[in-house]
Design a protein around this ligand. Structure first.
Ligand code: GLN
Length: 468
């Protein structure tokens, strides 16, 4: 076995026993990166010297690939955008500081849809990322580089971010475990904001245990992010001991399972996952989340509204790209933004500005906030009766590069992940099987209540045990 194939737990065990050093792992990851990144394109930058120096300074640390919107001091942070060309982070995000404090080091930066807007990583200005299971297909998005790096063993584990599905959908497409923590579980300080009421950083890993270990390192209170509570972070990894599905009440939301457009292979794999859980002793409960059908519309008002405000800071003055064609301050703003942002980001800024404009605010943004509350109540109600929900993660397996041209069709990828994001609860994608014939990986989604990561990870761990 090569060191690049290791997961976090195996790497930590080997490091503790002195079987190899952090440098050995980083060297192996670099060799794998050199061999595979040319065709897959998971990484956008890889500071090999920097990673080796960090490994030498922390000989027991496990390297982790970082999505290109998380600030790491001294490294570029382009967010998949031309507008941040040349920008170098002056500080570490809290997640990076936390990781370092728990025996991890950042190692390479991975591709993403521009400012995390997309479901295929095709919206990156920095190049194409391909699915390691079929190079003619997308890795999903927006954390497509993270998923492709994990899925091709070009890293030990990766960090992704999820606003409406960007950890879970690519994890499903590339055969990884992906956890979107509850809103507030992980600090957002130093993570370039897309939609601030939704964004969360989370682990993308080769096993549920690895996800539990890495989440434990990322999570916790941060003075720099007022949404993070002070309570101590549970020991997620220790809690996995003896995880079982016996007696677990699993809710099957009818709005998710009876939806049109669900790929037949995804349906078969999800039904199979449900049957395996039942055989392992889970109690299946049909439930209803009646406001599910409005989630997509609500998300595409709230997320662009917040994005339009957050992206106002990229004005050609403070960060990155500055238009050479400007004549005065106004044309500097306009031309820098017109040249720097890609089409999907512009579309979101225009939508967001529209729904926030006076005269339309109440009709769109205000109303969307009210419906968001109803969606959240659906989840509160259902978690009074069941421990977790089990749903498909994405409606289809990985699609072909260039296959989805219409933005609305692309948005439908997040049909099953957006409601839990709006509710702020925690959710994970766990590998569940492969499509017949095409052999593409498919994950299923488990959802638990807010700050119930321990329960979520235990259920995922037990499922991983019975799904293999
Ligand atoms: N695909 C969704 C979007 O484009 C979600 C993205 C995300 O979670 N960052 O907004």
């Amino acid at each position: 076995m090569e060191l690049f194939e290791l997961g976090i737990k195996e790497a930590q065990d080997g490091l503790a026993k002195g079987e190899f050093s952090s440098r050995d792992i980083v060297e192996s990851v670099i060799a794998r990166y050199r061999a595979r990144n040319g065709e897959i394109g998971a990484y956008v930058t890889f500071d090999e010297e920097g990673a080796l120096a960090l490994a030498d300074a922390n000989p027991k640390a496990v390297p982790v690939a970082v999505k290109d919107l998380i600030n790491v001091r001294g490294q570029p942070c382009t967010c998949g955008s031309k507008i941040l060309e040349g920008y170098v982070s002056p500080y570490d995000a809290t997640v990076i500081r936390n990781m370092k404090a728990h025996g991890f080091i950042p190692c390479g930066r991975v591709n993403m849809d521009e400012f995390a807007m997309g479901s295929s990583t095709e919206n990156s200005a920095l190049g194409v990322t391909r699915n390691p299971y079929d190079l003619s297909r997308v890795p999903g998005g927006s954390s497509g580089g993270s998923a492709a790096a994990v899925g091709s063993d070009m890293c030990i584990a990766a960090l992704g971010t999820d606003t409406g599905g960007s950890i879970r959908q690519p994890a499903s497409f590339c055969n990884c475990v992906g956890v979107k923590p509850s809103y507030g579980r992980v600090s957002r300080y130093g993570v370039t904001a897309f939609a601030s009421s939704l964004d969360q950083v989370g682990p993308m890993t080769k096993s549920v245990e690895d996800a539990a270990i890495l989440l434990g390192a990322l999570a916790g209170h941060d003075e720099m992010d007022g949404t993070t509570p002070r309570d101590p972070v549970p020991d997620y990894a220790a809690a996995l001991e003896g995880a079982t599905l016996k007696g677990v009440r699993l809710g099957l939301p009818k709005e998710y399972l009876e939806v049109g457009g669900l790929d037949p292979e995804v349906k078969r794999i999800t039904d199979d996952a449900i049957a395996k859980c039942a055989r392992a002793g889970a109690e299946l409960v049909e439930v209803s989340l009646p406001h599910t059908e409005y989630a997509m519309a609500v998300y595409y008002i709230i997320a662009p509204a917040e994005a339009s405000a957050n992206l106002a800071r990229f004005d050609g003055v403070r960060y990155g790209h500055r238009s050479a064609a400007s004549k005065d301050v106004y044309s500097l703003y306009v031309k820098s933004r017109a040249e720097g942002f890609g089409p999907e980001v512009k579309r979101r800024i225009i939508m967001g500005t529209y729904v926030l404009s006076s005269g339309y605010y109440d009709a769109y943004y205000g109303r969307a906030q009210k419906v968001r509350t109803l969606i959240k109540r659906d989840f509160d109600d259902v978690f009074g009766r069941v421990d977790a929900l089990l749903t498909p993660c994405a409606p289809t397996p990985a699609f072909k590069l260039g296959e989805l041209q219409d933005p609305l069709t692309m948005y439908l990828n997040d049909l099953f992940t957006i409601p839990s994001s709006l509710a702020g609860v925690c959710a994970a994608s766990v590998p569940a099987g492969f499509t017949a014939g095409t052999g593409l990986p498919v994950g299923v989604q488990f959802v638990c209540g807010s700050f119930e990561e321990t329960k979520l990870l235990k259920i995922c761990k037990a499922f991983e045990g019975v799904s293999k």
